[in-house]
Each structure stands twice: as C-alpha cells, then as structure tokens.
Design a protein around this ligand. Structure first.
Ligand code: AMP
Length: 430
C-alpha cells in the first residue's frame, strides 16, 4: 500500500488552535479598546500591494525588501507583494483617499497578518500578526511621547510587566545623512571585521549594519560609541530632548539606546522599541517617518507609528505567567436519547441559542454516559436530558453537573428554569 504523505503547514507558518484563542481575544479586544480611547480609528488594508510600494518606502537595500518579501506576478503580470509591514500601506491609503483634507492628525490603528521570508525560530515566523498605531499630519514632539504612552498603557492593560522602552533619534534628514557618512567612515576602517552581508551593507546602506545579529558584528558595534548621536544637529537634539521631557512628564520610563536604528529606511527623528527584560527580541518597534508620504507622491506630512508583534507579545505574557480569563465554552449541554428525542433536542437547542445561552450537543452519540463525558470536558454547568419518554410526556430533565441532582420539568419551562439555575451559579444571560 502506498502511504500518503501528510500535508503540513509550510515552514514558518502556524495554526492558532482554539485553546490559544483566549490570548488572541485578550490582545485584540484590549488593543482596539485602548486605541479607541486614545482616538485611533480602525483601518483594514489589503494584505498585498504593488511591490513598488515597499521598495520605495521600506527601502530597496533593507533586509525586508532585499531578502524577505513574498513577491509574485499575478495572471495579468502585475508585480505584487504580500505586505511585510503596515506603515507603507497606511501611507499609500492616506494619499489615495486624500486624508490630508480630514482634521489632522489622522490617527489609525490596525491588527492583521504580515509576511516575511525570515529564518523561522522562536519568535520569528513567516506569517505573523501585528497591531499597529499611526498618527499622520502632526509633528509636535508631544505626539511621539503620546504614541509611546498609548502602547505602554496597552501592555499594562494586558497584564505585561518587566518591559522597557528603548529610544533613540536619527534626527532630521540632514542629520541622518551626516550620521550615515560618519558611520560609514568608522566602519570602513574596520571593514575586515565585518561579516560578508555587512560588507555589502556598508556599500549599499551602512545604517543597516547596526541591525546585524552575528556575534562578530555585534561585538564590533558595541564600540560604536556616540558616533550616531554626535551627528545630530541642534534642531534635532532639541526636538529629541523635548520628546524625552514629555515622557518624563507622563512618567513613562525609557532607556536611551544610542545604537538603535531599526531596519527600515523611512525613519527620521524618534525611534523606539519595547523589549521585555531578559529577551533580546523586541515586542514592538516604531518611529517617525516625516518624509515617507511626500516620497510616495503625497504632500509633506509628518507622521509617526508603531507596530507590535502579536505572537511575541503572547509569548511574553505566557513566560510571565499572566493569567488570561478562560472563555466560557458552553453553559449548557443537551443530551438526547432516541430518534424522537434528537429532533426535540435540536428544537430546544435553537430556542436556548436564540435566547443567548451557549449550548453544546453531541448529536452523533446515543449513549448517555458518552454525552455526559463530553459535557464534563466542556465544563458545562447544566445538562438538559431528553429521552423518547420525555418527548412523550412533554418534559425534559435538568441535571446539575456539580452536585448531580436532577429535576424533571415541563418542557416549555426550560428557558425560565435553566436561566434561574444559572443565575444561582452567578451567571446572568443577557
Ligand atoms: P518591525 O516592523 O520589524 O519593527 O517589527 C515590529 C514587531 O513585529 C517586532 O517587534 C516583533 O514583535 C514583530 N515581528 C517582526 N518580525 C517578526 C517575525 N518574523 N515573526 C514574528 N514577529 C515578528
């Protein structure tokens, strides 16, 4: 016999099974709640866009664009890419929908999948979810601090502790150019100590060397010192100081990290990451992108945004043992015994369901013990038992799963009685 090969999820992808859903609900519901309170409106963008959009925004010589994009030609020959991040699409949508005519700033939030051909390992997937916040059309340093404060509030709401905001500034466009030149000079003198990838980065995009994860480059870069921060012009320094002062006033703790540059080209001025202490993977990263919208053909529009990783945030919550409320699967279970009882059971199921009771059944099973075992596994509080005799007598039996007591009631009273019994157990059905 030829054994059929099992098909599995492609490398770097994963299923999110029902038992994981409590974490996903917890993250998504709290994200939209915190974002709405801070004035962000939800936006849903396509999961693929023109490849050109990412090349022109994230940058052609970044790791994301040069190595990690899922790009393809569709049947009409259009060059498309599964989005590797959210900001480029936001900027495109801002221009496409003339959002500059809306009251500024425009505050948008999203929660959705991103795709990167990254090397799969703990905390790195090829399809992963991000929550993102973007504020467009405002350049006040206070906005930078407020954005960081919003994500800190989100983490506090999730129950996450022991995290730190790392912050740096790339300064204005002019500062950034100066910074790149200074770094390039410093790195060129030590070229032989760089890994092969970084030798190429040094030629194409020296700032990207700062993100290298190889031990040799990391150790070299630990001596980079104040080269980057010294390149900031006075205006940029003043602006950065103002952001830090605002964070101080808001009592948001941060650590200055003069080596933080982040792997995308569109950043200027404030950059930040949120890292859980003891882990070297960030759960969130963001920064200002004042030139991006103009670069994509819009008007000059200062903007700032952040994106956090859903899976990494969940992993951090789990590592910290944060208890997430268990969702109730079903309060009630209907046991049916016999053909007529099965028809009656579906009728009672519909009636209870329509009245907002969470009801489970195992209609394929005939045996009472097997059905009670299912009810037990689902932590159901009450079981409604219907046999052919009950159908004939227009009754049902209500069984309490905790004390195993049973009561026969008239079937038309079922809703009132189960509601009363559940209320006695502290559960109110609205
Ligand atoms: P980035 O756009 O690279 O700054 O990513 C923002 C956040 O998304 C990171 O801090 C991570 O939490 C998450 N993230 C980025 N890449 C991956 C990946 N390959 N797998 C899982 N999470 C990721």
């Amino acid at each position: 016999m030829v054994e059929k090969k099992k098909i599995q999820t492609p490398r770097g992808l994963k299923d999110v099974l029902p038992e994981e859903q409590k974490y996903w609900f917890h993250l998504e519901n709290n994200f939209y709640a915190v974002a709405a309170l801070a004035g962000f409106e939800r936006i849903i963008l396509p999961t693929f866009e023109a490849t050109e959009l990412f090349k022109r925004s994230v940058g052609e010589f970044t790791d994301i664009v040069s190595k990690e994009m899922y790009s393809f030609k569709d049947k009409s020959g259009n060059n498309l890419t599964l989005r590797p991040e959210g900001t480029a699409g936001i900027a495109r949508a801002y221009i496409e929908h003339g959002m500059h005519t809306l009251p500024q700033p425009v505050k948008l939030c999203y929660f959705g999948p991103m795709f990167r051909y990254d090397r799969p390992q703990a905390g790195r997937y090829r399809e992963f979810y991000q929550y993102g916040l973007e504020i467009l059309g405002e350049d006040d340093p206070m906005v930078d601090a407020m954005l960081i404060q919003t994500v800190v509030r989100y983490y506090q709401k999730l129950g996450l502790g022991n995290f730190v905001v790392k912050i740096n500034s790339l300064g204005s466009d002019r500062s950034k150019t100066k910074m790149i030149a200074a770094l390039s000079r410093w790195l060129s003198a030590k070229k032989n100590e760089l890994c092969a990838d970084c030798k190429l980065r040094l030629r194409k995009n020296p700032l990207r060397v700062m993100d290298c994860k190889t031990a040799g480059c990391k150790s070299l870069l630990s001596h980079v010192g104040s080269i980057l921060i010294d390149s900031l012009d006075e205006e940029s320094k003043k602006r950065f100081t103002k952001v830090l002062e605002c964070l101080d006033e808001m009592k948001v703790e941060y650590e200055l990290d003069p080596t933080l540059v982040r792997g995308l080209d569109y950043y200027t001025h404030t950059l930040f990451e949120v890292v859980v202490r003891g882990s070297d993977l960030a759960i969130c990263g963001g920064g200002r992108y004042d030139n991006l919208i103009k670069q994509l053909g819009g008007l000059h529009t200062p903007a700032i945004g952040l994106a956090g990783g859903v899976e990494r945030t969940i992993e951090a919550l789990k590592a910290q043992g944060v208890v997430i409320p268990e969702p109730v699967k079903a309060e009630l279970f209907i046991v049916q015994l016999g053909d007529r009882a099965k028809a009656k059971a579906t009728e009672v199921f519909e009636k209870l369901n329509a009245a907002n009771f969470r009801v489970a059944t195992a209609l394929g099973r005939g045996n009472i013990q097997a059905q009670l075992r299912e009810a037990n596994k689902l932590n159901c509080l009450l079981v409604v038992i219907i046999g052919d005799q009950e159908v004939h007598d227009k009754n049902v039996i209500v069984r309490d799963m905790k004390d195993r007591s049973q009561e026969t009631i008239i079937d038309r009273d079922v809703m009132r009685i189960v509601a009363k019994k559940l209320e006695e157990k502290g559960i109110r059905i609205s």
